[in-house]
Design a binder for this molecule. Structure first.
Ligand SMILES: C[S@@+](CC[C@H](N)C(=O)[O-])C[C@H]1O[C@@H](n2cnc3c(N)ncnc32)[C@H](O)[C@@H]1O
Length: 248
């Protein structure tokens, strides 16, 4: 058995390593070199690496896909290279044997739809995430059966590959790591954290093209500002996401 690439050394720390398995590692290019993720990487809170699935093939054509059994359109990602990749990155190709703070995620439209609560749970429970990006018609189901701890969708639509979904997951989790945002409280005030959308925000100038910033925000009365923000958040949630209010 190969040695895992990443070892959990601090069970209670909030550092995170992401290993992304993809047939297009170049897709991620400079994606992690900006803003909050760049700063989190520089501060040692986050490590991200994209791995070429083809490097775990053993045939001369480095094949990662094949035709679906039973017929039908398109190709399916083969299980062998994915099992080899996960074993190399976690130390096992059986999910029962992973380190308890390691999770293996398959990005899939058939997964549970990602929420802020799920991102937050990953931050609490996990130090190492292996993200498997599908392509074509998808991934041989034995990967989900034996390797995957979480099947995650980023919404009810079909992407061409799991790579944009992996980016979304890395971003959503990284910004919740303690110390990743400029202010420790800013994640608490964002949409979904309190079951509501965030309130509208304004900056200078106070009047633009005839549109005024609400007076209350210019007045400096913090209690009134807090009340206005709460009401504005409720109003925006009722207009754009009434489903969130029903959950409360
Ligand atoms: C074209 S899709 C395959 C769709 C699959 N045949 C189906 O209908 O469920 C190819 C890959 O893109 C990724 N993908 C597509 N939509 C996604 C979504 N909403 N969330 C996460 N990953 C997605 C998955 O990794 C998937 O294996």
């Amino acid at each position: 058995m190969q040695k895992p690439k990443f070892k959990d050394q601090r069970p209670n720390s909030k550092r995170m390593r992401f290993d992304i398995i993809t047939i297009f590692p170049e897709f991620f290019g400079e994606a992690f070199d900006h803003g909050i993720i760049r700063r989190a990487r520089a501060a040692g809170l986050v490590e991200v690496e994209a791995h070429d699935l083809r490097s775990w093939t053993s045939d001369k054509h480095r094949m990662v896909d094949d035709r679906p059994f039973g017929g039908g359109d398109g190709m399916v990602l083969k299980p062998e290279p994915i099992f080899a990749a996960v074993e190399a990155l976690t130390g096992s190709s059986r999910r029962e044997d992973y380190n308890p703070r390691t999770r293996v995620v398959l990005l899939s439209p058939q997964g549970k739809v990602l929420t802020q609560a799920m991102a937050s749970e990953f931050v609490q429970d996990t130090e190492h995430l292996v993200l498997i990006c599908g392509r074509y018609e998808g991934v041989d189901e034995r990967v989900a059966d034996a390797l995957v701890t979480d099947e995650i969708s980023i919404g009810d639509y079909i992407l061409s590959g799991g790579e944009p979904a992996a980016l979304v997951l890395v971003d959503a989790i990284t910004r919740l790591l303690p110390g990743a945002l400029g202010s420790e409280t800013s994640a608490l005030n964002e949409s979904f954290s309190a079951g509501l959308l965030d309130c509208p925000q304004y900056t200078r100038p106070p009047e633009f093209k005839g549109m005024q910033v609400p007076d209350v925000l210019l007045g400096g009365n913090h209690a009134e500002i807090a009340r206005w923000r709460r009401e504005a958040a409720l109003d925006k949630t009722a207009r754009n996401r009434p489903d969130l209010l029903k959950k409360n």
